[in-house]
Design a binder for this molecule. Structure first.
Ligand code: MN
Length: 724
């Protein structure tokens, strides 16, 4: 029980108004929930949450975090529920416990660095509250401290995870002592032999080392002061794991790792930094190639400092960093990142630097938290959507993919492999089939279902968020239209050539010539251009077969003169069709039966051999099919001179008397019905088609309007005369 008292007194120490009874109740609840459970060490299980809560007070966190530390294993390992915790200890505590529980369930497998980084970001994104991560880190630290009770294979797995995920996370958050302890513990279980050897070596010289650090600190201080450089000096021995890394990196034994000690000199001005450097180099011999001026040339994250290494007192190599206190602030917290965050700017490219700034901001948050008198102030800033613009999901193999927020399974499929994206026909998320528009959520495990017949369609472009997916889909869609253009272009050219008894295969040389003339690099491109409608088959024909082109020209001339004769002939006619052809009145004109144009309709004419000009409505399907070469401009010339037959379809109820009503309506509008077809349908309605003569579109519209007004009439439509 004395550990609880210790927690309570520490909490009260940095947070006088803390709700201590709540913490006490949380402890009692945890003790009861875990009753009967023991740790591998044989201790009652509750000793673990107690230790975790204790570490949490060392980080000076708030009451909710301490309670969450006490309760963090309840939901996972006992019958307690999140709802229950919410009722007893409030939403906040329940939320933190729920968060820690969820993080514990993420499947972890050892991965390369990029994967580990994504996994760390996934943890932060899922936590949604930095306290969840901090409680998790404290949990992990206590687990690492008691790792020796576990079987070796578990030790190895947990140590690897700690090294890859949690130590870097603590480092990113700037909690140096947690990082160092996690690293050294993980090192101990990952490489027991190397660890024991190095620990013994360091222990032998430990007292000596501390004495040495103290001695050098004093010495630097004195030299600087004598030369007019006011400063503060801090020496630090590297921890075991960082010495080990250095040994591995330089391929040297411990005895040769001399600069295992670093000194930081903090002064007031930039000028004093350079003066301080001069003092250091005058006093001790600098090691060539080790001097770096990050003041004149700051790092991309705005880090500024002077770095050097010298042969220090007693011939030991030491590292010296010299900077102003302002620069030190940036180095520790990333001040720029803080400003950036406050301004709310978020430049998405250059992800690495951006992430670095976010972490720097977190570090500063942790730093300032230490100085707060009331840890609840900390809450103002902890609930941040830190990596809210990204979502982290697993592949079935346990890899983590980072995607923009709002991404769908198609984005994921393309992130895995283009060919998976191209054939993505469905997806399973956490084992359940989901639609392709499903928005991925942090921690989802995605399995893509592919089908060889599946291909991207236009709708996919509305779903995807990643540039990669978009680019690939667009490319394939373009490829598809291109394929269609090839088919269409081949068809058009083949038909044109066939009229002159040749083919694409036989006219290859001529087509190559035509391609060059029409500024296409290859015949294939020429075919595509024809398919897209940018070049006509006629143009190709003229360039490919110039002799024929001449003949065509002659034929054209002949047609023209024929038309002129025709025009001359018809001008003499007196019949008034109400149509001007190519600006001429009174030409032999026929109205197409298929669309029965009325004065007022947009129209187009076609020269018909021996029958003058046939007039179609501009939107008539048949007219569109006719040879554009025979097309001729026509226009209406005065209204109402002639009557035009149209067909009108009336859909109405099959009721006695209604037909009489309808025909009366025609008469009222002064329109004669020439034919009527009436047919009853099975569902009690009647379809009536009337052929009537009207003078123009306005009159037709009037008829349609008055028919529509009759009770029992469902619809009135102008239809093609062929329909009846
Ligand atoms: Mn735990």
């Amino acid at each position: 029980m004395h550990q609880l008292d210790q927690i309570l007194s520490e909490l009260a120490g940095y947070y006088p108004s803390a709700d201590l009874p709540l913490v006490r109740r949380a402890y009692q609840f945890a003790a009861q929930a875990h009753a009967g459970q023991t740790r591998k060490s044989g201790d009652p299980y509750v000793s673990h949450p107690l230790s975790v809560a204790h570490i949490i007070t060392e980080l000076k966190l708030d009451v909710a975090s301490v309670c969450a530390g006490l309760l963090h294993d309840c939901v996972e390992d006992t019958s307690a529920t999140v709802e229950q915790l919410s009722e007893l200890f409030g939403k906040e505590v329940a939320f933190l416990v729920d968060g820690v529980t969820k993080l514990g369930k993420l499947p972890y497998s050892t991965r390369e660095e990029q994967q580990a980084e994504n996994f760390r970001k996934m943890l932060l994104a899922m936590a949604r509250d930095i306290r969840v991560i901090l409680v998790k880190l404290c949990d992990r630290l206590d687990n690492m401290r008691s790792l020796h009770h576990l079987p070796p294979e578990k030790q190895e797995r947990i140590a690897a995870e700690t090294m890859q995920i949690y130590a870097p996370l603590a480092n990113r958050l700037g909690i140096q002592w947690v990082k160092v302890e996690l690293e050294d513990l993980a090192f101990k279980y990952s490489y027991p032999g190397e660890y024991e050897q190095l620990a013994a070596d360091v222990a032998k010289t430990r007292a000596e080392r501390l004495e040495y650090i103290h001695h050098v600190e004093k010495l630097i201080q004195k030299e600087m002061a004598e030369n007019g450089v006011p400063c503060e000096v801090m020496g630090r021995a590297k921890h075991l794991y960082s010495i080990y890394q250095k040994m591995k990196r330089t391929q040297r034994p411990f005895e040769e790792i001399h600069d295992a000690i670093g000194f930081r000199v903090i002064t007031d001005t930039q000028m004093h930094c350079y003066q301080g450097l001069g003092v250091a180099h005058q006093t001790w011999t600098p090691i060539p190639g080790r001097f770096k001026d990050y003041i004149a040339l700051p790092k991309p994250n705005l880090y500024q400092s002077l770095h050097t290494a010298v042969i220090g007192p007693r011939g030991e190599r030491i590292e010296v960093q010299i900077r102003t206190s302002d620069m030190n602030l940036v180095a520790e917290h990333g001040i720029a990142a803080h400003w950036k965050y406050k301004e709310g700017t978020n430049n998405s490219p250059g992800v690495a630097i951006n992430d670095e700034k976010k972490f720097a901001w977190l570090r500063q948050l942790m730093e300032s938290q230490k100085e707060l008198h009331d840890p609840t102030e900390f809450l103002e800033s902890v609930k941040i959507d830190l990596f809210g613009d990204e979502v982290y999901v697993f592949t079935p193999g346990g890899d983590v993919k980072a995607l923009p927020k709002g991404s769908c399974p198609i984005d994921f499929a393309y992130a895995v492999h283009s060919s998976i994206g191209d054939h993505c026909s469905g997806a399973r998320v956490n084992g359940m089939i989901v639609p392709l528009r499903y928005q991925l959520r942090n921690g989802d495990t995605i399995e893509i279902i592919t089908s060889p017949n599946q291909k991207p369609n236009k709708d996919w472009l509305k779903l995807v968020k990643t540039a990669k997916a978009r680019t690939k889909i667009r490319y394939l869609l373009r490829q598809e239209t291109r394929d269609k253009a090839v088919v269409l272009g081949t068809d058009l050219i083949e038909k044109a050539l066939r009229k002159h008894s040749t083919s694409i295969g036989r006219a290859d040389k001529q087509l190559q010539h035509a391609a060059k003339e029409l500024k296409c690099v290859t015949v294939d491109e020429l075919i595509i251009q024809v398919g897209y409608g940018k070049v006509t088959a006629q143009q190709v024909l003229e360039k490919a077969l110039p002799e024929l082109g001449k003949k065509a020209e002659e034929a054209e001339k002949k047609t023209e003169s024929m038309l002129k004769t025709l025009l001359r002939k018809v001008t003499r006619r007196t019949s008034s069709s109400g149509i001007k052809v190519a600006g001429e009145e009174d030409i032999l004109v026929r109205f197409a039966k298929c669309c029965s144009p009325l004065p007022g309709d947009p129209i187009v004419g076609f020269i018909t051999r021996g029958r003058g000009v046939t007039v179609h409505r501009r939107d008539c399907d048949k007219g569109l099919d006719l040879d554009p070469e025979r097309r001729i401009d026509v226009e209406w010339d005065g209204h109402g001179k002639t009557q035009h037959e149209v067909a009108i379809q009336v859909l109405c109820a099959d009721k006695p008397g209604l037909l009489a009503h309808i025909s009366q309506s025609f008469t009222d509008q002064g329109v004669n019905i020439s034919q009527a077809h009436c047919r009853a349908t099975d569902d009690g309605r009647a379809v009536n088609t009337f052929h009537a003569s009207v003078k123009d579109l306005d009159q037709l519209k009037q008829v349609i309007r008055s028919l529509s007004r009759i009770k029992g009439v469902f619809s009135v439509d102008r239809v093609s005369a062929d329909v009846a």
